[in-house]
Design a protein around this ligand. Structure first.
Ligand SMILES: [Zn+2]
Length: 136
């Protein structure tokens, strides 16, 4: 799957976001190493503390299906915003140095990053002496 198709999947799922409080809709599409795609949108709640971001939604669906490594993660929002801190840490758990992060705007224009770009000097499984999930 090419980058454009993955971003289109993120644009499609963004349309299903539940964001009545912020109106900031986000879609994410995760390409697993085996070619499967997992899409997630943000799901807000009246209790803002339990709102779930699109990126974590997609990652958790992938993990529930047995995926342990992100090959490519496309994230689409109106302005092409980057990920929040919580999502960066979750992505860090399943991204290695080769995992590609595509941060796209609503028109599909994107910039590419790696986990070390968006979360330098990060805390990961290695910090606890545990193999990262993609190596286990
Ligand atoms: Zn987030």
């Amino acid at each position: 799957m090419d980058d454009g198709e993955l971003i289109r999947r993120a644009i499609e799922v963004r349309e299903r976001a539940h964001a009545p409080y912020s109106s900031f809709t986000v879609g994410a599409a995760l390409l697993a190493p085996d070619g499967r795609v997992f899409a997630g949108c943000n799901v807000e709640n009246r209790n803002f503390a339990i709102t779930l971001c699109a990126e974590r939604n997609a990652v958790f669906q992938a993990v529930a299906a047995g995926v342990r490594r992100i090959a490519v993660l496309a994230v689409v929002s109106g302005p092409g915003a980057s990920m929040c801190g919580a999502c960066r840490q979750v992505v860090r758990e399943f991204a290695d140095g080769d995992s590609r992060l595509l941060l796209a705007d609503a028109a599909g224009r994107f910039r590419e990053r790696r986990i070390d770009d968006v979360l330098p000097d990060s805390f990961g499984p290695e910090g606890l002496g545990v193999d990262p999930p993609w190596r286990a």
